[in-house]
Design a protein around this ligand. Structure first.
Ligand code: FES
Ligand code: FES
Length: 155
C-alpha cells in the first residue's frame, strides 16, 4: 500500500505494509538508522521521532497512521531552530555516554522545549522521565536542556 508523508522536509511515498512500525520503516525501508530500537513496546523512548511536531514512539506507531503527516527524525534535528540549540548543547556538555538512547532524548527534549521554552528542573524531569538511559546521563541531559533553553531565548 502506498503511504504518502513528509520525511525530514521531503515529500515521500512508500509502498509498505501499513501495519509496519514507523521505526522499522525508517531503518529498513528508508535507510535512516539514527532512530533506535530499545524495547519495542513504547516504554523506553529510544525510538522517539516527531510526528507533526509531537514526540512520538515510532516502535508502536504503524506507518499507515502516518499518511499525510510530517515526520522528523534525529537526522534532521538540526534543521529546527530549537533542535539546533539542543544538539549544540548536547555536544557542548558532552551528554552521551554509550549514546544509544540519545537520539530519542534529543527528539523528546526538542519537542518539549517547543512546548515549554523556559522549563524548571521539575518540568524537565517530568517531561524526560519516560526516556530511559542505562548510562544514567540524566544530570547532563537536564543541564543541556537548560543550556539549550537559555541559548534559544537569547537567539
Ligand atoms: S523502542 Fe520505542 S519506546 Fe522503546
Ligand atoms: S547514553 Fe547509554 S543508554 Fe543513554
Amino acid at each position: 500500500m502506498a503511504i504518502r508523508f513528509t520525511l525530514n522536509g521531503d515529500e515521500t511515498t512508500l509502498d509498505v505494509d501499513p501495519a509496519k512500525p514507523l521505526l522499522w520503516t525508517l531503518r529498513e525501508d528508508i535507510g535512516l538508522p539514527g532512530t533506535k530500537f530499545g524495547c519495542g513496546a513504547g516504554l523506553c523512548g529510544a525510538c522517539t521521532v516527531h510526528v507533526d511536531g509531537v514526540a512520538t514512539r515510532s516502535c508502536i506507531t504503524p506507518i499507515g497512521l502516518i499518511e499525510g503527516q510530517s515526520v522528523t527524525t534525529i537526522e534532521a534535528a538540526g534543521a529546527d531552530p530549537v533542535g539546533r540549540h539542543v544538539v549544540a548543547a548536547w555536544c557542548a556538555l558532552d551528554v552521551p555516554q554509550c549514546g544509544y538512547c540519545q537520539a530519542g532524548q534529543i527528539m523528546n527534549a526538542t519537542a518539549f522545549l517547543h512546548e515549554v521554552p523556559e522549563p524548571t528542573d521539575a518540568d524537565i524531569d517530568a517531561a524526560m522521565a519516560g526516556n530511559l538511559c542505562r548510562c544514567a546521563s540524566y544530570t547532563r541531559i537536564r543541564a543541556a536542556i537548560k543550556d539549550a533553553a537559555h541559548k534559544a531565548k537569547e537567539a
